[in-house]
Design a protein around this ligand. Structure first.
Ligand code: UFG
Length: 338
């Protein structure tokens, strides 16, 4: 069965391609290479023994999307990762985010809804919940007005899919709301490749430990949490990737309860910034140079997932720990700087 993975050379996309190939799917990747490298194809081949089909394609060019779908009418499903994801950049350049994340989603759905099989998996984010009133966060928690254009593209993206599903019975979609994806493949063949100064915690930790950054700033030590630092639900990217395969199979096998479903993807366990640092120090045997500084704008205090819907309905749960994730992230950092 042939599956299209957009953004398949990115962080979560590449790990998902590996899991799809491991399960026997034939994968076609499209990626515009704006935030990824062709070397990732080699990493995927090293792990799985198979090079996926790749086409460089910019989804903003509508005619190219049309031409692609003309050539690939027999897709069993589409997993749509291609999007920009930097919160700060989206604040400074909202139109780029609306074009890249929303415009391209519309083009994709326009073509997909002409195919025989219309199975669609969308990358959403726990950012849609903002600071939820109740923890852990269930899928029924209200969506709050977005803090950034990036966050808004995830909310609007979900609405576009929901509205399209309402009038198009043949379209089957699942939105997956990721908590904080971290880590790398255990083989260190693929991992996260942040461009420039990392905005996210784990790549900042590993880059500091390897000597690329002087010191990690821990944003805020006075939050109302047990150790004063923010709490997040850090999920190993390999567990997250596997959830995409499970979700896609659910659609292919017509096991979905409705043609638009939403699942949280997290571990269910919250970890503070200091706990993540401790985990890193434990698995790497290295002391991390860090300092607690002021809070970062827009950070919520605590977010972690209620996982029972994903566990019971989707039939998926995480298998890897925070230590596994930090260990793999560290091995990956050492490999790419080695
Ligand atoms: N942090 C630091 N120092 C850093 C980087 C991060 O202390 O250098 C802290 C943050 O303050 C936060 C935690 O580490 O408490 C995690 O921060 P990340 O930037 O790694 O992740 P976020 O929780 O901010 O990101 C999540 C989602 C994004 C989403 C964002 C919206 O992963 O997709 O929330 O705020 F856009």
């Amino acid at each position: 069965m042939k599956v299209l993975v957009t953004g398949g050379l990115g962080f979560i996309g590449s790990h998902t391609v590996v899991e799809l190939q491991n399960e026997g799917f034939e994968v076609v990747i499209i990626d515009d290479l704006s935030n990824s490298s062709l070397d990732v194809l080699g990493g995927i081949e090293e792990i799985t023994g198979k090079k996926p089909v790749f086409q460089k394609l910019d989804l903003k060019i509508k005619q190219d999307v049309i031409d692609f779908f003309e050539k690939h009418k027999n897709l069993a499903g589409v997993i749509h990762f291609a999007a920009n994801k930097a919160v700060g950049e989206s604040v400074n350049n909202p139109l780029m985010y609306y074009e890249n994340n929303i415009g391209t989603l519309v083009y994709m759905l326009q073509r997909l809804t002409k195919l025989k099989q219309q199975n669609f998996i969308f990358s959403s984010s726990c950012t849609v919940y903002g600071q939820a009133e109740e923890l852990p966060i269930t899928e029924n928690a209200p969506v709050q007005s977005a803090e950034s254009p990036y966050g808004n593209t995830k909310q609007v993206g979900e609405e576009i899919i929901r509205d399209t599903c309402k009038v198009n019975e043949k379209l089957n979609a699942i939105a997956l709301r990721y908590f904080n994806p971290i880590g790398a493949h255990s083989t260190a063949q693929i991992g996260e490749l942040p461009i420039g100064v990392p905005q996210n915690l784990v790549p900042y930790i590993t880059q500091t430990a390897i000597g690329l950054r002087e010191q990690l700033s821990v944003f805020g030590g006075d939050y109302p949490t047990p150790d004063g630092t923010c709490i997040r639900d850090y999920i190993h990217v390999v567990d997250l990737a596997k959830a995409h395969v499970v979700a896609l199979k659910r659609l292919i096998e017509n096991k979905n309860d409705s043609n638009y479903e939403i699942f949280n993807l997290g571990t269910g366990k919250g970890s503070s910034v200091l706990e993540v640092i401790n985990s890193f120090e434990k698995v790497s045997g290295k002391k991390l140079n860090y300092k607690i500084v002021g809070r970062r704008d827009g950070d919520v205090i605590a977010a972690y997932a209620e996982t029972s819907k994903a566990n019971d309905v989707l039939g998926w749960k995480t298998e890897l720990t925070l230590d596994d994730a930090m260990d793999s992230a560290w091995k990956w950092e050492q490999k790419i700087r080695g």
